[in-house]
Design a protein around this ligand. Structure first.
Ligand SMILES: [Mg+2]
Length: 192
């Protein structure tokens, strides 16, 4: 059994489409997923962090509520939940805790623990998480430097990240294969 940390935005669910939908509405632009080459979507609109914060504060609830799960994410998470410990670890602010919990309930996604926190590395150390599934290139690099494995959910803005401890997955079937491999490795080291 592994303790698996699971990010939400652009890992379990399609955050890009809903962000673009609301950011387009606010800006009058009409960007599409093909335009996305930056983890920080707001920069594609020429916004600074303050402008982004104002838009996110106003529309964040609707953005999160209206996002859809990525293909097979719900089914594979259900399988993983039956054999492993699942901690949802998202950098969403506490302001959006309720909509996040309700969204997980809506899609019948089970988990043992949920953390809304920006410092994911420290949280994973505190919780004894064995592996994090995330799309953030900065998290993948930070975890690899700290000698911790990451399953990097492939997105256009994380293609350049490579490291022996970064297991790249372009869909949830591949996520599951990496988990099975990591579990076999941990069983082997326990026996050694
Ligand atoms: Mg994410």
């Amino acid at each position: 059994m592994l303790h698996i940390g699971v990010d939400l935005d652009n890992t379990v669910l399609d955050a890009t489409s809903t962000h673009l939908q609301y950011y387009n509405k606010v800006s009058g632009l009409s960007l599409t997923p093909d335009d996305v080459n930056d983890f920080y979507l707001y920069r594609l609109y020429g916004w600074d962090e303050t402008e982004r914060a104002a838009v996110y504060h106003k529309y964040g609830h609707d953005i999160h509520w209206n996002s859809s799960p990525l293909p097979m994410a719900v089914e594979i998470l259900q399988q993983l939940y039956n054999h492993h410990r699942i901690s949802i670890i998202t950098a969403r602010p506490l302001l959006f805790r309720d909509v996040t919990v309700e969204w997980l309930k809506l899609y019948n996604i089970n988990y043992h623990n949920i953390s809304l926190i920006e410092n994911k590395l420290q949280e994973c150390i505190n919780l004894n998480v064995d592996v994090l599934i995330d799309d953030g290139p900065h998290y993948a690099e930070e975890f690899a430097l700290a000698n911790r494995p990451v399953i990097l959910y492939e997105q256009p803005y994380n293609l350049s990240v490579t490291n022996d401890l970064v297991y790249r997955a372009s869909n949830w079937i591949e996520v599951k294969k990496h988990i099975d491999y990591l579990e076999s490795q941990s069983n082997r080291s326990l026996l050694a």
